[in-house]
Design a protein around this ligand. Structure first.
Ligand code: SF4
Ligand code: SF4
Length: 378
């Protein structure tokens, strides 16, 4: 079995250019009606991780969302746009701010489509997911291509984590704190949701300690489209300088038959892969460097090779987002005097999930390595 995906060059977020390139990407794989029936109800799921402006490259760019809305309007679909970004304590007012600052609210208002909140959820298998999945016949997945400090890559598969009920996200992070286990949960979500179409915003991607403000934007000038999220994430792994199955979600999803991770069986239409792979591989998140040493050695030394969050005090605005984000209540605000406070980590409780780094809007949390990790050059 083969999968088809398209890769199209796009060097700007200007609305008319984006729309033209999105059309090209979708037409290369057979046109919108191959994936979405006219007049159906469609949920668009961008990656809206936090309340931050589009230039930061943290959220899916609003003009990508606009372009997809325009294409779906032409086949008279009823369109809903939403994401559940508020894992940080599950506060719904935060979603309004995310929608405003990301530029998504403005696009939805201008295009006359409904911007929804994932307030109601129901259990589907053992996952608590938004009921908008019941309301809509199709999901169009609109991830941003970024590195991720826990899963290494966030794109087609990881983006669907936003469909999980806000408070339940914390529980999942707490229960499944090993990358293998958490990746299995992400693949469960992908299997349950199975988006009809995935379109990746890789015009400005992110490398380094992504997926939030600790990562670095990286211009790639690409859009990718296809119905096989595993194939898309596998191609993105190659673009990063990795092998597709270095990303655990690709490996697990391919083993379950949910998509293709073998590049020999992925038909890439549009740009040629060898021509778009950058000369310089992606800078990976610090924590992923552990993969550089052989697994038996990692198992032997894992008690001593550790990664912890560390505060960059000058950047910290004491906003408290990290405290709310921590699934283990390992962070507190320590008051040193009436006017002076600081963020404190309890490393006995910390499970190195880096939810705090992801939640921090001010790049104030970095990765601290244990002595042995430094000695072995990780
Ligand atoms: S302190 Fe940060 S890395 Fe540690 S458990 Fe809490 S959120 Fe995760
Ligand atoms: S570390 Fe970041 S999230 Fe935590 S209080 Fe400081 S600025 Fe806020």
């Amino acid at each position: 079995m083969n999968s088809r995906i398209s890769i199209v060059k796009c060097n700007s977020y200007a609305p008319d250019i984006i729309e033209e390139k999105l059309r090209k990407a979708i037409n290369l794989i057979g046109g919108i009606e191959k994936f979405i029936k006219p007049q159906s109800k469609v949920l668009l799921k961008p990656n809206l991780l936090m309340a931050i402006e589009p230039e930061s490259a943290v959220d899916t760019h609003p003009e990508v969302v606009r372009g997809v809305i325009k294409i779906l309007k032409e086949i008279n679909c009823k369109i809903f746009v939403g994401d559940g970004p508020s894992a940080w304590g599950g506060e719904m007012e935060n979603v309004d701010e995310v929608y405003r600052r990301s530029g998504i609210r403005q696009v939805c208002e201008e295009e006359g489509v409904e911007l929804v909140k994932f307030e109601n959820n129901r259990w589907r298998r053992r996952l608590l997911l938004t009921t908008w999945l019941d309301h809509c016949e199709y999901v169009v997945n609109l991830p941003k291509f970024k590195t991720h400090d826990f899963t290494i890559l966030t794109a087609a598969i990881k983006n669907l984590f936003g469909l999980v009920a806000a408070r339940y996200k914390m529980q999942l992070h707490k229960e499944y704190f090993k990358p293998q286990d958490f990746s299995r949960v992400l693949v469960d979500i992908y299997e349950e949701v199975r988006p009809a179409l995935t379109i990746v915003d890789a015009i400005v991607a992110m490398e380094g300690d992504g997926p939030a403000t600790s990562g670095k934007p990286r211009k790639l000038n690409l859009l990718l489209a296809g119905s096989d999220g595993v194939a898309i994430d596998s191609v993105l792994a190659l673009i990063m300088g990795l092998r597709p199955k270095d990303i655990l979600t690709n490996k697990l999803a391919a083993a379950r038959g949910l998509g293709i991770a073998d590049i020999e069986h992925i038909n890439i239409l549009g740009e040629k892969l060898e021509e778009i792979i950058p000369d310089r591989p992606f800078q990976l998140p610090a924590i992923s460097m552990i993969r550089k040493i052989p697994l038996p050695l990692v198992n032997l030394a894992k008690k001593f090779i550790k990664y912890y969050p560390l505060i960059i005090d000058n950047n910290c605005l004491r906003c408290g987002s990290c405290i709310k984000a921590c699934p283990k209540q390992a962070i507190s605000m320590e008051f040193l005097s009436e006017y002076n406070s600081r963020i404190k980590f309890d490393y006995q409780k910390c499970i190195s999930c880096f939810c705090c780094q992801e939640a921090c809007p001010h790049s104030a949390i970095k990765v601290k390595k244990s002595l042995l990790a430094k000695i072995v050059g990780l």
